[in-house]
Design a protein around this ligand. Structure first.
Ligand SMILES: Cc1cc2nc3c(=O)[nH]c(=O)nc-3n(C[C@H](O)[C@H](O)[C@H](O)COP(=O)(O)O)c2cc1C
Length: 387
């Protein structure tokens, strides 16, 4: 086993161990992938301010997100088809998050169902909802999330219509993969993955199959999802969902100060500044570039969280310094999962935690909650380069 020192090491192992179509599904953005690339390069353009002769003892990365204690302000983002990166992927990721003390968010488009994850964990997790046209299905999902004692609903607002990802079309992405000659040749090089999948019954979208009207098998599922994302989602519908849910509500996918103000006035417990990891509007600015303007717009009316592009603890530090109260990682933990299952997710969290802790100390800070604008150095024109 090679030494794993950074998230990139996990990514290389993920690429080797997971079937090509699932690695590509993770490692792609929409169209030209400009936004996907800039999510990470924009983080790299921000630098950290080194401070010396400051007592570094007694450091803490503990904080809170929506009033819940977290070992560090880094949650696992909702990621569809996680259970195809390795068998029972959602259960493994949720267990790793629980042991580490950070929130896990289960996607609507997961392979393991809400009930599967609830059964395999002991603490509440968060549930991410996509709004579908089928009202009964949405109401049913909310009821199931309540029954499973999920402690927050993450409502995703930036995917009512799908941004095109070229690789998914070329690979004919499916769960489980269709057994074509090309796929069989690729699967033959992934014995560990195949063994894992043979050993589980969870191989399709279990939140949906058997729960949505008329969806009993893969064919009906594919046509159902293609038609179901509701393009008429608006603030009235978001209000209905808020009332139905009645608990903590996080609005995900906000990238604009006006939208952020609206979400804060609406009474969201938190908003997630996000461009869906560069998978939706190609050409949108990176989340980190939009963060300070959004933080200013909402003031202290709601908590501001951020995702898209975080690949290290230094990135987390930069987001917190620029005003985020919490962050989420998507690909960074999926690489770990595809590389080594639950152990890999734990490794990803350990890597990010260590980077955050040590970098924070070298910036002269002992408490993650004290990070502020002073801790980072920003190139001139960075935040007002685009109008
Ligand atoms: C493979 C993949 C699948 C995703 N599926 C979902 C999903 O089902 N629901 C959702 O709200 N966001 C989804 N996202 C977006 C993530 O929640 C998150 O916004 C994004 O991964 C953050 O960017 P990062 O991967 O650079 O950390 C997905 C992201 C990836 C990479």
């Amino acid at each position: 086993m090679p030494a794993i020192t950074c998230i990139d090491d996990l990514k290389r192992l993920h690429e080797r161990r997971a079937p090509r179509m699932f690695f590509d599904y993770c490692e792609s953005g929409s169209w030209t992938e400009q936004t996907f690339r800039e999510n990470t390069t924009d983080f790299a353009d921000i630098r950290l301010r080194q401070k010396v002769a400051v007592n570094m003892e007694g450091r803490t990365t503990k904080s809170q997100m929506i009033g819940q204690d977290v070992a560090m302000p880094v949650a696992l983002a909702p990621v569809g088809m996680t259970g195809m990166q390795c068998a029972d992927g959602e259960i493994k990721a949720a267990r790793a998050a629980e042991k580490f003390g950070v929130p896990f968010t289960l996607s609507t488009m997961s392979i393991c169902s809400i009930e599967d994850v609830a059964e395999a964990t002991t603490k509440p997790f968060w549930f991410q909802l996509y709004v579908m046209r089928d009202k009964d299905f949405v109401a049913g999902m909310i009821e199931r999330a309540k029954k499973a004692k999920c402690s927050a609903l993450v409502l995703t607002l930036d995917l009512q219509i799908l941004g095109q990802r070229h690789k998914d079309l070329k690979n004919d992405l499916n769960a489980p993969p269709r057994l074509t000659l090309k796929n069989l040749l690729n699967l033959a090089t992934k014995p560990q993955w195949c063994l894992g999948m043979l050993g589980t019954k969870r191989r399709t979208f279990r939140n949906i199959v058997g729960h949505a009207k008329g969806v009993q098998n893969l064919n009906s599922l594919m046509s159902w999802t293609a038609e179901q994302f509701d393009p008429r989602l608006d603030w009235d519908k978001i209000r209905q969902i808020k009332d139905m849910w009645g608990g903590k509500l996080i609005l995900k996918g906000i990238l604009d100060a006006e939208d952020a103000r609206r979400a804060a006035d609406f009474g969201a417990d938190a908003i997630v500044v996000s461009n869906h990891g560069g998978r939706q509007l190609d050409g949108a600015l990176s989340s980190i570039r939009m963060l300070p303007e959004i933080v200013r717009a909402v003031g202290d009316k709601t908590e501001v969280h951020l995702d898209s592009g975080i690949r290290s603890g230094q990135d987390v530090l930069k987001a917190l310094a620029l005003g985020a109260k919490g962050t989420y990682i998507g690909r960074s933990y999926i690489y770990g999962l595809g590389a080594m299952g639950e152990k890999g997710v734990t490794k990803a969290l350990e890597v990010i935690h260590k980077e955050l802790d040590i970098s924070m100390a070298l910036c002269g800070e002992r408490d993650v909650n004290n990070l502020r604008r002073d801790n980072v150095l920003i190139p001139s024109g960075y935040f007002d380069a685009y109008h």
